[in-house]
Write a protein that binds this ligand. Structure first.
Ligand SMILES: [Fe+2]
Ligand SMILES: [Fe+2]
Length: 342
């Protein structure tokens, strides 16, 4: 009897958590995001003219050389390679990041549908989740087209993650909070990297430039939603749950960020890159450590504001090598100088 009661209580709480209609401010924010999706959205085939001559992928195009904000691009080993080699590595690397990106988006889309499935009629979350899923479908089309154009047969995500990924979207229904943190762990590093490349101002291949500009524009809404979603719920979690969550967040950030930023084994083999170079780039050199830390300023701010920064959690952030000061506002550019490495 008691078990049954506890079960119904749990389900009632879960349902109540999905009903957001009494939170006017939150609903307003979601409406603004949804209207933004209607007003400003991109189509991968009408907004990118794949067949135009300037979008052609031609051999020996130096615009594919990796930018200095890329951890591989800034390394001396890479810079000492011949120009042709730098181009070849640059194309493979950029195609693979796009492929990992679309793999992540595919997980996100399935999770969004899983979550939206359970939302009540009239839910503002239902509408926004569906807008986001539509946009992510367009991104996966756009990224795959980019990979096809570059012509490198890249694998994307590491193998282990490919095996466990079918289970991840199923978490979105019963455990939406850990799911949304996982999504942020995929979106924040990609968005951060793309913004840095665009800010750097290096001349890019038009495919890269256009795809990144479109992606950054739409991603701003997605990241806003994840932040709003978590800000609404995390502070009200029971203490113990919040404690476990505070330890989970840095780990998921670090693990998924590595899956995106560190190229898979095929890359190191294909280009015969020494192990010592790989170790330095990921993540022994002070430059790459700084880059790793800088990626998560916004997440640290979110954790600080929602009560997920306690002494043990801070230690976990340090162990994962992504600790640092929280951003003061979202997308605050990282300070330029290199902070001493602890
Ligand atoms: Fe996306
Ligand atoms: Fe997104």
């Amino acid at each position: 009897m008691a078990v049954k009661e506890a079960k119904t209580r749990m389900i009632r709480r879960w349902r109540k958590n999905m009903d957001v209609s009494d939170d006017v401010e939150y609903v307003d924010k979601l409406m603004t995001l949804s209207e933004g999706s209607v007003r400003r959205n991109f189509n991968p085939y009408t907004d990118i003219d794949w067949d135009s001559p300037e979008f052609k992928v031609i051999p020996n195009d130096e615009r594919w050389i990796l930018p200095a904000t890329d951890p591989i691009g800034q390394h001396d080993w890479y810079k000492s390679q011949s120009v042709e080699r730098q181009i070849e590595i640059g194309m493979w690397r950029q195609a693979n990041v796009a492929k990992v990106g679309l793999h992540f988006e595919s997980i996100l889309i399935r999770g969004l549908m899983e979550y939206a499935f359970w939302t009540p009629n009239g839910s503002a979350e239902y509408r926004y989740c569906l807008h986001e899923a539509v946009e992510e479908c367009n991104h996966t089309l756009m990224f795959q087209e980019m990979v096809n154009h570059i012509g490198a047969d890249v694998p994307g995500m590491p193998k282990l993650l490919k095996w466990i990924q079918p289970a991840i979207p199923l978490v979105a229904g019963p455990l939406p909070i850990p799911f949304w943190f996982g999504i942020l762990a995929g979106e924040e590093p990609i968005d951060h990297t793309q913004k840095n490349v665009l800010r750097e101002g290096k001349s890019l291949h038009p495919i890269m430039e256009r795809v990144m500009a479109i992606h950054v524009a739409e991603e701003a809404r997605h990241i806003s939603f994840a932040h709003e979603y978590l800000r609404k719920r995390v502070p009200h979690l029971p203490r113990l749950k919040r404690f476990w969550l505070s330890l989970y967040v840095p780990v998921v950030m670090r693990v998924l960020c590595s899956a995106i930023i560190v190229p898979p084994r095929a890359f190191w083999k294909e280009f015969d890159i020494p192990r010592s170079v790989r170790k330095e780039i990921f993540f022994k050199s002070p430059e790459s450590r700084k880059m790793l830390r800088d990626m998560f300023g916004d997440v640290r701010m979110l954790c600080q504001d929602t009560g997920l920064m306690n002494p043990v959690a801070k230690l976990m952030w340090r162990i994962c090598r992504i600790s640092g000061t929280p951003s003061r506002y979202r997308s605050e550019p990282a300070r330029q100088h290199l902070a001493p490495v602890a």
